[in-house]
Ligand binder design. Structure first.
Ligand SMILES: Cc1ncc(COP(=O)(O)O)c(C=O)c1O
Length: 405
């Protein structure tokens, strides 16, 4: 399949600063200590394994770069997206903290809760979250695994297929009129009114505890990549953003561990939901006015998460905003494999980082801006597989199962 060129918009971060050490304000959100705690818990869960880092030699050749690696989060814990290690981790910590507040002084592990220890107390807890799909699936899965109740808020544009993927883990579904940001507000209001535990992945409070826990779960992805790459370090990481939690987690882990030697972080967004792009360009959180509906359904956020912004404001190097058609094209391209590359199942949002990489590497001005050359070793985060099978088949023209076979 020939690579198509798309007109992508790019902005550079005037505040990214390699000489700046990872500081206290960043460490209050994400830290190596927090990573170690998250890793100890998450790696003990049933079914946990590192997701593959796939060497795409054909794509690298066509883009005239040294290496392209695809981190396939479609393989994460059977939930088909990276979100599996964020929301469910927050549910676990919420339950641990709840039990501690009830006077349980022994440390309670994930294994204890899965085995049904403290079930009478745990099953009274209700966790709730708003979602475009994948975060809600993770929270619902975690609630079922650890034994508490769950309510998930979906806005009007979330597909029925995504709804049933969440409901199958026993969560109660609440439909909210409007967009993602409306569902976030409705969920927060109901949590406050009912005494439920909010397991949201976004907040306008930079010190918010739960979104930080969720991002801390995501830092495992960056750490796995370090272990999977021969010399441990990519030159560039392309990562897609909704509210920015994933991008912040990846950027923070490399910044804290590698300092000035960290890779260039390129965030990729839909042009229709470009809150990180606008915020980086303005130097402060900036909302997208109006409709953020996009085919990249899980990236349809109008506002950055404040805890993620604490990291992103200095750690994101550039942002690329994609036209709608770029995502569908990248899904088809990954499904067919470029010049002998293995076929990969990537959903509408999962392929966005690769779509951004292709748009940037084929554009001489963007190559220059991002410092991409024939020696670059680039990682593209594949954040999901076919999390909405109906949409996948409509865009790619065949079932995801037949692609991976
Ligand atoms: C598949 C996928 N990719 C990327 C993202 C973006 O993550 P964040 O909202 O943390 O920026 C999401 C968020 O739901 C997602 O589901």
């Amino acid at each position: 399949m020939e690579l198509k060129r798309f007109e992508a918009l790019a902005t550079q971060n005037a505040h990214s600063d390699r000489s700046r050490p990872y500081g206290e304000s960043e460490r209050r959100v994400l830290s190596h200590e927090g990573f170690r705690r998250a890793h100890a818990e998450i790696s003990s869960w049933p079914g946990y394994g590192e997701t593959p880092l796939i060497d795409l030699k054909g794509l690298a050749q066509q883009l005239d770069v040294g290496k392209v690696f695809y981190k396939d989060e479609g393989q994460r814990l059977g939930l088909k997206s990276f979100k599996a290690i964020g929301g469910a981790y927050a549910v676990l910590v919420i339950l641990q903290e709840y039990l501690a507040a009830q006077g349980i002084t022994d440390r309670v592990t994930a294994g204890d809760l899965i085995a049904g220890k403290h079930r009478a107390l745990v099953q009274q807890v209700i966790v709730a979250a708003a979602t475009d799909g994948n975060h809600g699936r993770s929270v619902a899965w975690g609630a079922q695994l650890f034994g508490c109740q769950c309510v998930i808020y979906l806005h009007a544009h979330v597909s029925r297929a995504r709804e049933s993927e969440i409901a199958r883990f026993g969560a109660r579904i609440v439909r909210v009129k409007g967009h993602y940001d409306d569902s976030v507000l409705a969920c927060a209001a109901d949590c406050a009114a009912n005494g439920w535990h909010l397991a949201g992945d976004t907040s306008n409070d930079p010190g918010a505890h739960v979104p930080a826990l969720i991002m801390q779960g995501y830092t495992l992805i960056a750490d796995e990549i370090i272990g999977q790459l021969e010399n441990g370090k990519p030159t560039h990481v392309f990562v897609q953003a909704g509210v920015g939690g994933l991008a912040a987690a990846i950027a923070a882990h490399y910044w804290e561990l590698l300092g000035a030697e960290r890779p260039t972080i390129v965030v990729v967004e839909p042009q229709r939901a470009n809150c990180v792009f606008r915020s980086i360009a303005a130097g402060r959180p900036t909302q997208v006015p109006g409709d953020t509906n996009t085919v990249m359904a899980c990236l349809a956020a109008g506002e950055v998460s404040a805890p993620a912004w604490v990291i992103m404001r200095h750690a994101v190097d550039s942002v690329i905003a994609l036209p709608e058609e770029a995502a569908a094209e990248a899904m088809r391209l990954l499904a067919s494999g470029v010049a002998g590359d293995p076929p990969i199942v990537a959903g509408e949002s999962g392929c966005a980082a690769t779509a951004g990489l292709i748009a940037a590497a084929l554009d001489p001005k963007l190559r220059d801006l991002l410092g991409i050359d024939t020696q670059s070793r680039i990682v593209a985060i594949g954040s999901e597989g076919a999390t909405d099978e109906e949409t996948y088949q409509r865009i790619v023209g065949r079932a995801s199962e037949s692609v991976a076979a």
